[in-house]
Design a binder for this molecule. Structure first.
Ligand SMILES: Nc1ncnc2c1ncn2[C@@H]1O[C@H](COP(=O)(O)OP(=O)(O)OP(=O)(O)O)[C@@H](O)[C@H]1O
Ligand code: SF4
Ligand SMILES: [Mg+2]
Length: 359
């Protein structure tokens, strides 16, 4: 993989996605906004897997839906192969969706239980008028074989398959149109651990075979580690750190990334020994009115006065390569231990000034 502009498949530029909260029966007044995605810049290169991690509610799925054109953005641009997809017409979006597919978290809810798997997997051919009759059946059976399903089970219903097999059905459906990008939104979170590895291996094999590019979303860093070339860590609608996978795992710079990493299961005993668990205080603040300054400051073991007033930019910090930006005024230094320093937090006024109803 090289890093040239030609390699760039997706460029997310200053993207915001806000959901209005309305009140009133007749005149629905906007009383507030959920800042689900709040100024994200990201790049995805051809052939790579970009992992996106972060706690529940930090905006991963919303960002995924913006990238795949399922949500219109509030502000910003998303370039796919250099062309802006944010203002596409209906016809333009339909064409774009041949190139970009999504795999969802829930292998149960995302498949219609009353339809046979052959017809579910064949949907994209039907929607785009690409194959019908015997031709469609043949292509669906080829896809079933590709993802490790028995093509003879073409006429079965989703309920006749296990969770892992159902996720393979979702993968087959996503592959039907030979997309360039697949956005996997927590594709293994609902599966047993033993099955997770099978689905991840399948996705890896398919990537090698078909030259796919993935955006792989998870809230668990240890899952993302197995699949990602690069990782972006999200917090409250923003990317707070991104880096080549191993750089991030070796030396996370953002205190939130360090905390997430310390909570992930570590296979290497030496690493486990080094990795002291950092317990974050408090809940994620409301995305309706994110904290001023650094939005992580109410929970950050390193917070100081500057963090309360000044929003840190996502830029490479001293000593880091351009590929490793961090949004933090006081990044974690090599060998620095964060746990046990939480008392520092109590000395800083950290309460976001939210009205009670929004919490
Ligand atoms: N359609 C919507 N209308 C209003 N608010 C929404 C909508 N979709 C998401 N949100 C809100 O936006 C924020 C981000 O949600 P999102 O689903 O993107 O988070 P996530 O990181 O995918 O979380 P999880 O790990 O739980 O899947 C949350 O506060 C959520 O409640
Ligand atoms: S800017 Fe301050 S509060 Fe924010 S992550 Fe860095 S040290 Fe913590
Ligand atoms: Mg989600």
């Amino acid at each position: 993989m090289s890093g040239g502009q030609d390699d760039l498949l997706v460029s997310v530029e200053g993207v915001y996605k806000h959901f209005p909260i309305r009140q009133g029966i007749v005149f629905k007044r906007e009383i507030a906004r959920v800042h689900a995605v709040d100024g994200v810049d990201l790049q995805v290169r051809r052939g790579e897997t970009l992992g996106i991690v972060g706690e529940s509610g930090c905006g991963k799925s919303t960002l995924a839906r913006c990238i795949t054109g399922l949500h219109p953005v509030t502000r910003g641009r998303i370039l796919f192969e250099g062309a802006d997809i944010t203002g596409l017409s209906k016809a333009g979006l339909k064409a774009f969706r041949r190139d970009v597919q999504m795999i969802f978290q829930d292998p149960y809810g995302s498949l219609n239980p009353r339809r046979r798997v052959g017809s579910i997997i064949g949907d994209p051919f039907a929607i785009h008028g690409l194959a019908d009759g015997a031709d469609r059946k043949r292509r669906v059976q080829e896809l079933m074989e590709l993802v490790g399903l028995n093509p003879e089970h073409y006429n079965r219903f989703p309920a006749e398959f296990s969770g892992g097999q159902r996720q393979r059905i979702g993968v087959a459906r996503a592959l039907a149109l030979r997309p360039k990008l697949i956005v996997c939104d927590e594709p293994v979170s609902a599966l047993d651990v033993s099955i997770q590895a099978q689905v991840i291996n399948l996705l890896n094999d398919l990537q090698g075979e078909l030259g796919l590019t993935y955006v792989f979303i998870a809230h668990d860093l240890s899952v993302v580690r197995h699949v990602s070339d690069r990782v972006a860590v999200m917090y409250l609608g923003r990317v707070v750190e991104s880096a080549d996978g191993e750089d991030l795992y070796r030396a996370p710079r953002h205190p939130y990334a360090a905390a997430l990493l310390s909570a992930a299961s570590v296979a290497d005993p030496d690493e486990a020994e080094r990795a002291e668990r950092i317990v974050l205080i408090g809940d994620v603040p409301s995305p309706v009115d994110p904290p001023k300054g650094c939005r992580f400051h109410p929970r950050c073991p390193k917070a100081r006065e500057r963090c309360v007033s000044e929003d840190p930019e996502l830029v490479p910090r001293e000593g880091d390569p351009p590929s490793h930006p961090t949004a933090c005024h006081f990044p974690v230094e090599p060998g620095e231990r964060l746990s046990g320093r939480q008392a520092v937090i109590a000395q800083v006024s950290t309460e976001p000034d939210l009205p009670e109803a929004d919490r």
